[in-house]
Ligand binder design. Structure first.
Ligand SMILES: Cc1cc2nc3c(=O)[nH]c(=O)nc-3n(C[C@H](O)[C@H](O)[C@H](O)COP(=O)(O)OP(=O)(O)OC[C@H]3O[C@@H](n4cnc5c(N)ncnc54)[C@H](O)[C@@H]3O)c2cc1C
Length: 457
């Protein structure tokens, strides 16, 4: 089978949110595109499953409503009226410290009276404006946080934040790759406190920065990718794993893509959004050794989601009202955290019931991917019992495994990105995008996708 005569402006490999968004923005700008997705469903990590009135999200629970590119995409897809914001009642977030859940303070006065850190830990945070600037070019998140706000705040607050976003290890992640704004705040203002005060002044005394509210859709996150897939129509081919890509420098349409069934396709631009190990398989022969090494060096530890639902309003001693809790790595526990989904998005569970979503694995415990469903449920019940008090029998349990979970932007990531950008620039019309490079959040994937779509030849 050959489709060599139909030259397209762009072929996109991978139909997750990154690939679908590139294709959508590009076709909106009048380009001819084709997305090739190996699975039988588009969406990649995004998948929603409803059962007995409970919304079970395989991957992302939502996105923050403060990124213009995502809001533009939602508007272009006609989905604005389907947005659902997190309930204001879910504002309370908890962190486990010394075996007890502590409320995360949301204002400076609340911080002083909070028990999230010891008095000594809180006093050390106050010294932040007097800590000199660091000089390391690529510093770990943990080292930066220890230096600026002290060991305890770093190991409790910052470690929890890293767990929540990356399921990662703060001592391994690159600050400038994972939290570039924080690195910039120190560079520009010499201190995070001074930077926040300056931003507050600029915004006329209002909140120090665009916070954003966690948002989803009435039917869950899959509504976004389903709508993208529908808008792309024939420009999306499912069950189409790409086996090989070829590059012919002399041609105006330099990219030829071979599928496993023998189909061959050509395009002016090629956008690769698959995880780095697969990108490496596809581009390995075209890239120089240092770019191949850069792709291989991006770790992709597995993540497991265990959903437990209870048809009673109070299955644990904890009231379970709020957003959920995170577990810093210094706590001797085996889960990364749990979201109180019924409280965040009340429409995602029948009234008077409880829907919990516990995350395990990541860089801290990659071995959990091999546990059976029964082992995972036993582990989650044991941990929830210890943290929330009580051991209710869940009425519904669902386990979702992501063998290639969340990419880790470890030390050296900024250098790897430069190497990959240089290698891609040598191959006309090639773009590497997706969650492994410039941001793991859905918002970051969409913002990058828009940039890529705008730069296609
Ligand atoms: C458990 C979990 C919870 C998360 N929670 C949040 C959250 O609450 N908020 C948030 O913003 N982000 C969250 N994230 C991160 C976010 O979901 C992902 O970073 C994002 O969805 C990745 O999208 P992507 O398109 O870059 O990659 P993917 O979704 O991985 O898509 C890549 C696609 O490529 C396809 N593919 C692979 N090889 C081939 C091939 N050879 N040929 C064709 N197709 C191929 C795959 O089938 C897949 O569909 C979470 C992630 C996980 C795992």
């Amino acid at each position: 089978m050959s489709d060599l005569k139909t030259a397209r402006d762009c072929i996109v490999i991978g139909g997750g949110i990154s690939g679908l968004s590139v294709a959508f923005f590009a076709s909106h700008a009048g380009k001819s595109v084709l997305v090739l997705e190996e699975g039988s469903q588009a969406g990649g990590k995004i998948r929603t499953h409803w059962e007995e009135g409970f919304c079970c999200e395989w991957g992302p629970q939502g996105f923050l409503d403060n990124v213009p590119e995502t809001l533009e995409l939602v508007r272009l897809l006609g989905l604005e009226h389907r947005l659902v914001k997190a309930s204001p009642k879910a504002a309370d977030r908890f962190i486990l410290r010394q075996g007890t859940l502590r409320k995360v303070p949301l204002s400076p006065p609340a911080f002083f009276i909070s028990d999230v850190l010891s008095l000594r830990g809180k006093l050390r945070v106050l010294c932040e404006p007097f800590v000199p600037r660091g000089h390391a070019e690529d510093e770990s998140v943990l080292s930066f946080a220890r230096r600026r706000i002290g060991k305890e705040a770093a190991e409790v607050l910052v470690d929890a934040m890293v767990t929540g976003v990356f399921a990662g290890r703060a001592e391994e992640l690159s600050l400038s790759a994972t939290f570039p704004k924080m690195a910039m705040m120190e560079r520009t203002y010499g201190s995070l406190t001074r930077a926040m005060l300056a931003n507050r002044k600029k915004s006329g005394g209002g909140p120090a920065g665009p916070g954003g509210t966690l948002t989803t859709f009435v039917d869950g996150m899959q509504e976004l990718t389903d709508r993208l897939a529908a808008a792309l129509g024939q420009s999306l081919r499912l069950k189409s794993p790409v086996a090989k890509v070829h590059y012919q420098d002399a041609s105006t349409c330099p990219w030829q893509v071979s599928l496993h069934d023998g189909t061959q396709l050509v395009a002016r631009n090629l956008v690769v959004t698959v995880p780095p190990p697969k990108a490496c398989t596809l581009l390995g022969e075209l890239f120089p050794p240092q770019a191949v090494a850069a792709l291989r060096e991006i770790p992709l530890p597995p993540v497991v989601v265990v959903i437990t639902a209870y048809k009673s309003p109070q299955p644990f001693a904890h009231p379970l009202s709020g957003f959920g809790f995170l577990v810093p790595s210094r706590e001797p526990r085996q889960i990364l955290g749990t979201l109180f989904c019924h409280s965040i998005f009340p429409h995602q569970a029948p009234e008077g019931t409880v829907l919990l979503r516990t995350i395990l694995g990541g860089a801290r415990q990659p071995e959990v991917i091999a546990f059976s469903d029964d082992e995972l449920l036993r582990l989650v019940r044991r941990e929830l019992h210890a943290i929330l008090g009580g051991d209710s029998d869940p009425d519904l349990v669902r386990v979702f495994r992501h063998p290639e979970g969340i990419p880790q932007y470890t030390l050296g990531h900024p250098r790897r990105l430069k190497v990959l950008a240089e290698a891609s620039s040598q191959l006309r019309g090639l773009y590497l995008t997706g969650n492994a490079y410039g941001g793991v959040a859905v918002n970051a994937c969409i913002a990058e996708a828009k940039k890529v779509a705008a730069s296609l030849r």
